[in-house]
Design a protein around this ligand. Sequence first.
Ligand code: FES
Ligand SMILES: [Fe+2]
Length: 365
Amino acid sequence: MTKRTSGGARTLEGKYYTSQEIYDLETTTIFLDDWLYAGRLSELAAPGSYVLRQVETESVIIVRDSNSSVSAFHNVCRHRGTQLCKEEGTFSRSIQCAYHAWTYSLKGELIGAPNMDEVEGFDKKDYSLFPVAAATWQGYLFINLSEHPKPFEESFAPILNMFERWELGELEVAHQIVYDIKANWKLVMQNYSECYHCPSLHPALNRLTHFRNTSNDLERGPFLGGPMGLAREDGSMTMSGGRCAPLLAGVTGDDTSLVYYYTIFPNMLLSLHPDYVLVHRVEREAPNRSKIICEWLFHPHATGKPDFDPSDAIEFWNMTNKQDWEVSELSQKGVSSRAYQPGPYAELESMIAEWDRYYLSALGE
Ligand code: FES
Ligand SMILES: [Fe+2]
């Protein structure tokens, strides 16, 4: 592990948090080009279950078909372009447009087009729904809106098998909170990437994991982060400081007293505790607004117990989240000022410096 340094980097210029032009550039170079974290596979419980995700102008249907594989399509009818679905739900066996009843299989093939046999040369095979690349990883759903998406396994190669000991694929969502905040999405990612702010902003958190007791095992590229040591050997990140569920089965040795924090570029935050996993999905709404979907995941061995009570963990992170969102909103206000100038990163902010570097290269700068 190299010594932690920000290498003299400074914070991003104000335009990165305020400009519609930069926001639009992010849309094309990042959000319509990269693999995006889109939710939990368990949201698609039954064959035919589907969810909708909006990425700027693009509405995407993600559906579990009858073979239990996942497909994604643009929410656009191949006849006159009408949006097919306006809310999430379960398809009985097919996807039907409300306008003229063109009907598609759950694999996206056009299987019914009333009266179109009168049209010379019309062939249903030519009018499948436009596909969107979809992948599942450790129980998580990802989509990629690029016309030429890089294979998921290639993009995620550095971390593909890295988190297996937390049994992510088996975990269940015990709780979800959605936050709407008045701050640019990058302020959320940057805030998560350092604990320099922990003593002042999160005194309770800093008692559980001292802000300097941290290291990084992913230091370059789209995936960044590493472990922090728990002050209590049998502790976790909870209001009480103790675990609120048994250790996850794969978590042994040093990992029993570590919490691992990772940013998964561009929109996922993954926090691995000895007894549970916390995940944030960050969605852009506008240059100065974001939506954050936060989920607490536990193993079914824990959730299945009659005395299962995750509130110790939920309360802790809900409190910490709110502290982080409040300061992110204050940051948004400050960096929107004409007086703002990029300031120097502390060495303890080396992961933000690297995150910014990767972000700027993704933007093509
Ligand atoms: S627009 Fe969908 S069937 Fe006509
Ligand atoms: Fe924080």
